[in-house]
Design a protein around this ligand. Structure first.
Ligand code: NAP
Length: 478
C-alpha cells in the first residue's frame, strides 16, 4: 500500500489537511561547498548536513582525504567551486595561494573566511581582506572563526551561540546570516570587511578584561605579604629572638587576604566617584574620561569578583581558627595558669560589645558581598531591571564597603594609639588597608550632599555649564 493512500484513509472527515502528503515535492536542499577536509571543514560539514544542507568538499586529494561526514562528496577544487554559490574556505591562510587559480570559478560567489592566526598582527592585512584581494570578483564574508570545530560539531549552547560576521556585500552577509540562523546560531553583523582583523583577534584574547584586576591583586598580595612578613615574623625574630615563622601559613595569610579584599572592593567603587567629581569639575558629561579612568571603569566587575574571592578565603581561614594547634595550646595554657595562680579574669562589657560588633559587621559585609557577586552573573543580572541592578550594585555595594570598612576599624580599635603597633616605625597592615576605603566613603558622602547631588543629577541629565553654541558659562545651581 502506498503512503498516500494510507494517509488519506486515516484522515478524519472533520479534519483539514493543509498540505496533502505526497502532493508537494520536498524543498530542494541547498548545496554548499567546503574547501578543506580538516577538523573545521569536517565539523562544519557535519553540522550543515544535520541542518538540511547538502555538502560538497573541495580537496587537493578528493579520493584519499580521509573519512568525511556520511552523505557528502569530495571533488577537486575547480569542480567543487562550480557546484555551489557559497563556499567555505576551511584552509589556513598560509595556503590560500591555490585560490588565485580558481578566480574565474569563484567569481560572484560568496566566500566565507573562517580562518584565524596564531598571533596578533602577524600580517599587514586581515586574512579575509587578503582573500578578497586574491579573488576580487567574490563576495568575501568573515564568519564562524570564533567557534571551534568542537562547538560546531556539538551544536550551539547558551554559552557559544553567537556568530560574528562582517563583509562588504549586504546580500552575501544576509546569505551567511540566514545559514547561521538555520544552524542554530545568532548572527551578529560587525560591519564591513575592515572589521575582519578585529574578529580574527577575538579567539586570541586571553581574559583581556581580567588582566588589570589580576595584576592589581597579585601586586597587592605580594606587597602586603612581604610587608607583614617583615613586621610580624622577621621583627619578632630579630628583636625578641623568637621563631614564629609557623604563623606564615594561617595568621599571615588571614591578614593579607582581608586587606587585599577590602582595598580591591574600594578600588571597584572608586572610579565611579572620581568620574562623578570629574563631571562636576568639567560641568558636562559629554567629554570623554581619560583613558586610564575608562580602563579602570571597564574592569570594575572583575575587581569586585576577585575581591569577593579574597573575602571567601578570609572567611575560610577564620573558620579554622578554633581548631588550630597554636590557638588550642594558648587557651589551655592560659586556663591552667589561671587555675594555678587562682586568678579569674573580669568580664569586660566593652570588649564583648566590640568583638560582637566586629563579627557582626564582618558577617553582614560578607553577606552583601556575596549578593553583589551573585547579581553580577549574567543569568541573574539579565533577569533584573536596570533600576534593580543599579540598586544592588550601587546602593548595596556602598553599604558593603561601609560594613567591611567598619569591620576593619573595629578590628583595629585603639591599637593605632599604642606605640608598639609601629614596629620598625611602620604602621600596621590593617591601618594601610583602611586608606582607600576611608577616602572612598568620605568622597561618596560629599557626593550625597544635597547641593552636590542635585548638580550631578542635572549634569547627568544633559545640562552643560558651557553653552556649546555661544560658549557662555552658566552657573550650576540655577
Ligand atoms: P586543518 O585540520 O589543518 O585542515 C586544513 C585543511 O586545509 C586540510 O585538511 C587540507 O584539506 C587543506 N589544506 C592544507 N594545505 C593545503 C594547501 N597547501 N592547499 C590547499 N589546501 C590545503 O585545519 P582546521 O583546524 O580545519 O582549520 C582550518 C581553518 O579554520 C584555519 O584557517 C583555522 O584557523 C580555522 N579555524 C579552525 C578552528 C578549529 O577549531 N579547528 C576554529 C576556528 C577557525 P585537503 O587535504 O582536503 O585539501
Amino acid at each position: 500500500m502506498s503512503v498516500d493512500s494510507s494517509v488519506s484513509k486515516e484522515v478524519k472527515p472533520e479534519s483539514v489537511l493543509l498540505c496533502p502528503l505526497g502532493t508537494t515535492a520536498a524543498p530542494e536542499q541547498k548545496l554548499l561547498c567546503i574547501f578543506g577536509t580538516g577538523d573545521l571543514g569536517r565539523s562544519l560539514g557535519q553540522r550543515l548536513l544535520q541542518c538540511g544542507y547538502r555538502v560538497m568538499y573541495g580537496s587537493r586529494r578528493p579520493n584519499s582525504c580521509g573519512p568525511l561526514p556520511r552523505g557528502t562528496k569530495a571533488m577537486n577544487h575547480e569542480a567543487a567551486a562550480m557546484s555551489a554559490a557559497l563556499v567555505f574556505v576551511c584552509v589556513h591562510r598560509e595556503n590560500y595561494d591555490f585560490l588565485e587559480a580558481l578566480a574565474s570559478q569563484l567569481n560572484g560567489k560568496v566566500l566565507v573566511d573562517v580562518s584565524n592566526n596564531l598571533k596578533k598582527n602577524l600580517y599587514p592585512e586581515s586574512n579575509a581582506e587578503y582573500l578578497q584581494r586574491l579573488i576580487p570578483g567574490a563576495h568575501v564574508v568573515k564568519a564562524f572563526n570564533t567557534l571551534s570545530a568542537w562547538s560546531l560539531q556539538n551544536g550551539p549552547s547558551d554559552a557559544n551561540r553567537q556568530v560574528y560576521l562582517c563583509g562588504n556585500s549586504v546580500q552575501a552577509k544576509q546569505a551567511v546570516e540566514e545559514m547561521a540562523t538555520k544552524l542554530g546560531f545568532a548572527a551578529l553583523d560587525k560591519g564591513s570587511l575592515s572589521a575582519a582583523g578585529e574578529l580574527e583577534d577575538f579567539p586570541l584574547q586571553l581574559f583581556p578584561e581580567w588582566r588589570l584586576p589580576l595584576r592589581v591583586a597579585v601586586g597587592l598580595t605580594a606587597f602586603f605579604f612581604f610587608y607583614l612578613l617583615m613586621r610580624d615574623v622577621v621583627y619578632t625574630y630579630v628583636e625578641q629572638g623568637k621563631d614564629i615563622s609557623f604563623r606564615i601559613m594561617v595568621s599571615l595569610a588571614n591578614k593579607v587576604f582581608p586587606i587585599v579584599s577590602l582595598i580591591m572592593l574600594a578600588l571597584c567603587y572608586l572610579p565611579g566617584v572620581i568620574a562623578a567629581f570629574l563631571q562636576l569639575y568639567r560641568g558636562t558629561k559629554y567629554r570623554r574620561f581619560p583613558d586610564w579612568l575608562d580602563r579602570w571603569m571597564l574592569c570594575r566587575k572583575q575587581l569586585g569578583l576577585i575581591a569577593l574571592g579574597f573575602a571567601f578565603l578570609h572567611v575560610l581561614y577564620t573558620l579554622i581558627i578554633p581548631i588550630r594547634y597554636y590557638v588550642r595550646f594558648r587557651i589551655t595554657a592560659s586556663t591552667i595558669s589561671q587555675i594555678r595562680e587562682n586568678r579569674t579574669s573580669v568580664f569586660d562589657t566593652t570588649k564583648a560589645w566590640r568583638a560582637d560588633s566586629y563579627y557582626s559587621m564582618g558577617i553582614l559585609g560578607f553577606g552583601l558581598y556575596v549578593l553583589l557577586g551573585i547579581s553580577s552573573l549574567p543569568s541573574v543580572s539579565n533577569a533584573l531591571s536596570w533600576r534593580e541592578f543599579s540598586f544592588i550594585q550601587s546602593k548595596l555595594g556602598y553599604l558593603t564597603v561601609f560594613f567591611c570598612t567598619f569591620h576593619t576599624y573595629l578590628y583595629g580599635w585603639d591599637k593605632f594609639l599604642r606605640p608598639y603597633s609601629y614596629k620598625w616605625f611602620t604602621p600596621p597592615g590593617y591601618l594601610l588597608s583602611l586608606v582607600v576605603p576611608s577616602v572612598l566613603i568620605v568622597l561618596k558622602l560629599l557626593l550625597l550632599l544635597p547641593c552636590v547631588d542635585r548638580s550631578l543629577t542635572r549634569i547627568r541629565q544633559g545640562w552643560e555649564r558651557t553653552d556649546p553654541e555661544d560658549g557662555s558659562v552658566k552657573a550650576l545651581l540655577t
